[in-house]
Design a protein around this ligand. Structure first.
Ligand code: ATP
Length: 467
């Protein structure tokens, strides 16, 4: 929960100067089956999106990459998968029921609702998150115009709680859809201690959906009301030197997004000013990415001290402590919380991969994903779809490789069009079966990035792609 981390530093408004714009990217995502506006047949709904066939492959690859890097490859990490609907008391303990809010303001003329802090930041470059009075005053003083209708007649800025409420059979009162995944981790702290052989420092990781009733969703999948997070709670000894571990986590968070294809020059760190840190945080840093709409938060890292475990201990009457048998000490651990947004990671992967290039045949759009995250690793084409012997051979090759790689079989249109489609979905290799294949058992493999074509023996394809 970063809502109470007020920021006051003026932020520069650098924009991504590359060819990619959000219009181009959203167009490509829809045209090529990555991301669709959800419920379009009903006119769309609440800025929600569906991941299409390539989007879901990309998402799964990114989840796997994250899980491997932060859970499977590390001896000090374990994973869980907790429920979305959790005990309502949990949200009281964590402070969400009373404090998880954003500032909203309505235009009195057109009745449209906005994030007050965002309007003010647009005008002044200052982040006044949490300072309702100043926001109201600033909007008045600067005669801020409504982005919708141009009027300047605002209501007062006021807090709006972003938790999604719902009802549940057999439970009195409201229950909530979790606004972040972290809560589900803290309540399993004791079970992890009891069932696993973890020793401090250790972390618990989780990937899952979170729900926030955002006042304004937008910028494509950057701000959604239903989104996915990848979160870690990393438990440390309060007497430990935490700053070094903290910096290592920041480095690893950046390392992850670089592995997804981001360039270092499009990343920056933003430390929340000490004076405005929320009561539980010793230090909070956002990792920001230069989106086409400016530098915005991608990931975050907070030192949340013993706030969460102490609160859950207090509200549940369960001791949430750790016993160190070597030092013979019992204590409530402190926690570092690296948090990653899945949907923003996907957006960065797409933005960073997008290229428009001049080629012999004119221009091409290509998604130059790092190969390990590409949704489809290779496409297999019979040169002509009406030649059964070519189709049969191509299908045989498909079957011989399908257990190793995610493949696509395509026999539509001419080869040029098939290449164009595979470039636009970022497929590293296209394999064409032609008449020579039937004679000499070789295929043409075309490389996405260099566009070079090579003859490769059928038996060597697997190794060629793996390398
Ligand atoms: P923001 O300031 O952009 O609202 P936040 O500070 O509220 O983000 P956190 O509470 O720190 O975000 O959530 C952790 C991560 O979850 C963020 O770094 C971001 O990647 C992702 N995230 C948060 N809110 C949304 C959202 N509405 N849509 C998509 N991803 C989100």
């Amino acid at each position: 929960m970063a809502k109470k981390n007020f920021k006051t530093v003026k932020k520069s408004k650098q924009k991504l100067t590359e060819q990619v714009t959000m219009e181009k990217l959203t167009g490509l995502c829809k045209r090529r089956g990555f991301i669709f506006p959800a419920c379009e047949v009903y006119g769309g709904f609440a800025n929600a999106y569906s991941y299409g066939p390539y989007g879901v492959e990309l998402k799964n690859n990114l989840k796997k990459l994250w899980w491997k890097k932060f859970v499977q490859d590390r001896a000090d990490m374990v994973g869980i998968d907790g429920p979305i609907i959790l005990h309502p008391k949990l949200w009281e303990a964590s402070g969400h029921t009373t404090g998880f809010s954003d500032a909203m303001v309505d235009c009195k003329k057109c009745k449209k609702r906005f994030r007050a802090d965002h309007l003010v930041e647009e005008l002044t470059g200052e982040d006044m998150e949490g300072e309702l009075e100043r926001m109201t005053q600033t909007l008045k003083e600067l005669k801020a115009k409504c982005p919708e209708c141009g009027a300047f007649d605002w209501t007062e800025a006021r807090d709006f709680n972003m938790m999604f409420e719902t009802k549940m059979n057999g439970i009195e009162g409201e229950v909530y859809l979790r606004p972040e995944t972290a809560g589900a981790i803290f309540v399993e702290f004791k079970n992890i201690l009891d069932s696993m052989r973890v020793k401090i420092p250790f972390g618990i990781a989780q990937i899952g959906k979170a729900f926030r009733n955002e006042i304004v969703a937008g910028n494509f999948t950057f701000r959604l009301r239903e989104f996915e997070q990848m979160e870690i709670e990393y438990f440390i000894d309060p007497k430990m030197e935490w700053k070094k571990i903290y910096d290592q986590w920041l480095d690893q968070q950046e390392e992850f997004i670089l592995e997804v294809g981001a360039e270092k020059r499009n990343l920056r760190r933003y430390e929340h000013p000490k004076a405005k840190l929320s009561h539980y945080s010793k230090k909070t840093v956002d990792i920001e990415y230069r989106f086409p709409f400016g530098f915005k938060e991608l990931f975050g890292l907070a030192n949340r001290t013993d706030f969460d475990l102490s609160q859950h201990s207090k509200f549940s009457n369960e001791k949430l402590e750790y016993f160190d048998p070597v030092k013979n000490r019992r204590y409530i651990p402190h926690v570092l919380e690296p948090t990653f947004g899945m949907d923003r990671t996907i957006l960065v992967a797409l933005l960073a991969a997008y290229r428009e290039e001049k080629v012999e045949q004119g221009e091409r759009v290509v998604l130059k994903f790092p190969k390990h995250i590409a949704p489809i690793k290779a496409a297999i084409f019979p040169l002509l779809k009406n030649k059964p012997e070519l189709v049969k051979k191509a299908k045989q090759i498909f079957d011989s490789l399908k257990n190793r790689f995610v493949l696509e079989f395509d026999d539509h249109g001419n080869i040029g069009k098939r290449y164009r489609r595979q470039d636009e979905i970022g497929t590293p290799y296209c394999i064409t079966v032609d008449f020579d294949t039937l004679k000499d058992k070789t295929v043409t493999i075309r490389d996405r990035d260099s566009m070079r074509q090579e003859r490769v023996k059928i038996n060597d394809i697997e190794q060629y792609i793996s390398e």
